[in-house]
Design a protein around this ligand. Structure first.
Ligand SMILES: Cc1cc2nc3c(=O)[nH]c(=O)nc-3n(C[C@H](O)[C@H](O)[C@H](O)COP(=O)(O)O)c2cc1C
Length: 183
C-alpha cells in the first residue's frame, strides 16, 4: 500500500501578509503534502476561505465554533493524524493565544489538540515585534518546543522599514519539512 501523504495544517491569521499564505499552501502541496487550512475569523477579512478551499480541495474551518457548518468536532478532526501545523502568518494576537493556551477559536483549539510539531511564523509591524509582551510569548512557545520562524527585515506593508515581514515562504516550507522528517 502506498504511504499516505503527510497531513499538514496551515493556520492563517489576521495579518496583512495573509495573502502570502495562498502561495505557501501551493508550495506545501508541491512537496506532496495533504494541506488543510484553518483560519482565524479576522484572517477571513484579509483573504477568503474560498481561495484556500479551491487550492487545497478541502473545506476551510474558520472563526469560532458557532460559525462552523462542518462536523461538530472539526478542531479535533483537523489535528488528528497531522504531521505538523504551521501558523503563517501568525499575528501578535494569535501568538498570545497560542502562548497562553487559549482555546477560543477553531485554529487555537486545533493547535491545542495537536500531537505533532507546531511551527509559528510571526508577521507584524517592527514596533509590535519588539514589544516585550510579544517576545515573551515567542519565548514561551519556543520553551514548549514550537519552532519559531523569525520574521524577515525590509519594507513593511505599513510603510515602516525593519523586522516584521513574514519569513520567506521557501524557508517556512523547509522548516516544516525538517520538523516532519525529525518526527
Ligand atoms: C490593515 C491592518 C493590518 C494588520 N496587520 C497585522 C499584522 O501584520 N500582524 C499583526 O500581528 N496584526 C496585524 N493587524 C492587527 C490584527 O489584524 C488584529 O490584532 C487581529 O485581532 C488579529 O486577530 P487574529 O489573530 O485572530 O487573526 C493588522 C490590522 C490592520 C487593520
Amino acid at each position: 500500500m502506498p504511504k499516505a501523504p503527510p497531513k499538514v495544517l496551515l493556520g492563517v491569521t489576521g495579518s496583512i501578509a495573509a495573502y502570502k499564505a495562498a502561495e505557501l499552501a501551493r508550495l506545501m502541496q508541491k512537496k506532496g503534502w495533504d494541506v488543510w487550512v484553518v483560519m482565524s475569523a479576522c484572517a477571513t477579512q484579509y483573504i477568503g476561505p474560498l481561495t484556500f478551499r479551491a487550492l487545497t480541495g478541502h473545506p476551510v474551518a474558520h472563526g469560532s465554533f458557532a460559525e462552523m457548518e462542518q462536523e461538530t468536532y472539526t478542531h479535533l478532526g483537523l489535528s488528528e493524524g497531522a504531521a505538523a501545523m504551521v501558523v503563517a502568518p501568525c499575528s501578535a494576537q494569535t501568538l498570545a493565544r497560542l502562548a497562553n493556551g487559549f482555546a477560543d477559536d477553531v485554529l487555537s483549539c486545533a493547535a491545542l489538540s495537536l500531537e505533532a510539531p507546531l511551527l509559528v511564523a510571526p508577521a507584524m509591524n517592527t514596533r509590535m515585534w519588539r514589544n516585550p509582551a510579544v517576545q515573551e510569548n515567542v519565548a514561551a512557545l519556543k520553551g514548549r518546543g514550537a519552532t519559531i520562524i523569525p520574521p524577515g527585515k525590509g519594507e513593511l506593508a505599513c510603510g515602516d522599514v525593519g523586522e516584521g515581514r513574514l519569513g520567506d515562504l521557501e524557508g517556512i516550507v523547509r522548516a516544516v519539512e525538517r520538523r516532519i522528517a525529525a518526527g
